[in-house]
Design a protein around this ligand. Structure first.
Ligand code: ZN
Length: 363
């Protein structure tokens, strides 16, 4: 599909160039005729969807959002499920993880992906240096995050997350945006939090409020692992109460909610509905949701990803790594079969994620 778009822009450029050359030669009469031809030729090319403004903050620095290319908004390179009280970078060999992960990133890159959001938060295996190394070796752009993951009954929360206020937690995350993560100089490209199924506990409500405040201060988008639709709609209420931007909120794992009306409600409110977890055994379920979103005219609020990977710290060789490829090998062909057009597919895998993660200001 990159080739098709390239061909369209080349054609446009050729038309413009010939028009300009004629004008420069002073062939006024002919130029006027050509100008008509130019207008009608241009009008026959369908307009491309507007590319987003702003920046995607990768581990190697900001890139224009319009250049992010095909983007996977939710994948993992590495996860450590040991718990926040024991998690530590000494538990794995970064060289081994690098070697294990690299071929999977090269594979998805060969399939067309250009930018991947790595959704592993701090205290559960986030390693920005490892991501930077993988990005440099593969040429794939990787995006890391700030924020805390409360899902899993708070097992992955550091002790201070239970005692500090929403404002104090927000300040920690804002500091990572301002100063970089630890000593790495790497800035987060989004805020990742996690909450269990609703109704939200006090601690999880506090995480959402902290994320809302950090979003207001930084402009970063919030991606929230969310247990179910009740929790998702409560999260939107917290955002409203904090005067944060709902269109900069991603309901992660929305496909797990059994009632599709809740997905439509969140999308109509302006939130991003992320249908991640795409795999061979979910194709029908994801297709059903995509048809419902299209029917409702809400494809402009949908994000697609695998939530796949990952090197599991503590398992021999990192355990079974699920590749980031089913979207390309199976799901997009299935969407095409069911009548999704190329502009719709481009919107889903290029324009929507670029818009969802674009940051308007760099400081
Ligand atoms: Zn995930």
């Amino acid at each position: 599909m990159g080739d098709r778009r390239y061909a369209v822009s080349l054609k446009r450029r050729a038309i413009l160039k010939s028009g300009l050359a004629l004008l420069a030669a002073g062939a006024v009469g002919r130029a006027a005729m050509e100008n008509d031809a130019l207008t009608s030729a241009t009008a026959s090319i369908p307009p491309e969807p507007a590319l987003p403004t702003g920046w995607i903050i990768t581990v190697e620095g900001p890139i224009p959002a319009a250049e992010a290319g095909i983007m996977l908004p939710h994948e993992h390179v590495m996860v450590d499920f040991i718990g926040a009280d024991q998690v530590d970078s000494s538990r794995y060999d970064a060289d081994e993880v690098f070697s294990a992960v690299r071929p999977h990133l090269e594979r998805v890159q060969a399939l067309g992906a250009r930018t991947i959001c790595e959704c592993t938060p701090a205290w559960i295996g986030r390693d920005p240096e490892l991501l930077r190394r993988l990005a440099a070796a593969t040429g794939l752009r990787l995006v890391t995050n700030t924020g805390y993951y409360g899902a899993g009954a708070n097992k992955y929360l550091p002790a201070h997350a239970l005692t500090e206020s929403a404002g104090q937690l927000a300040e920690r995350w804002i500091a990572e945006w301002r100063d970089g993560i630890g000593q790495t100089g790497i800035r987060p490209g989004f805020i990742k939090i996690g909450v269990d199924a609703g109704p939200l506990s006090d601690v999880h409500r506090k995480l959402v409020a902290a994320a809302a405040r950090a979003q207001r201060a930084t402009g970063l988008t919030i991606a929230a692992h969310t247990g179910d639709g009740i929790a998702a709609l409560e999260e939107l209420d917290v955002l409203r109460a904090e005067a944060a931007a709902i269109e900069r909120f991603i309901w992660v794992h929305a496909q797990s909610e059994p009632n599709p009306d809740r997905l439509l409600e969140a999308a109509r409110a302006g939130a991003w509905v992320e249908l991640d977890g795409i795999g061979h055994d979910t194709l029908d379920q994801h297709l059903t949701l995509m048809l419902a979103m299209r029917e409702a005219g809400l494809l402009g609020r949908v994000l697609l990803s695998h939530d796949a990977g990952w090197y599991t710290v503590g398992e021999p060789g990192g355990g079974a790594y699920r590749g980031h490829d089913t979207l390309f090998t199976d799901f997009i062909p299935l969407l095409r079969e069911r009548g999704f057009s190329q502009p719709e597919i481009d919107q889903l895998i290029i324009h929507n994620p670029a818009k969802a993660f674009a940051v308007e200001r760099l400081s």
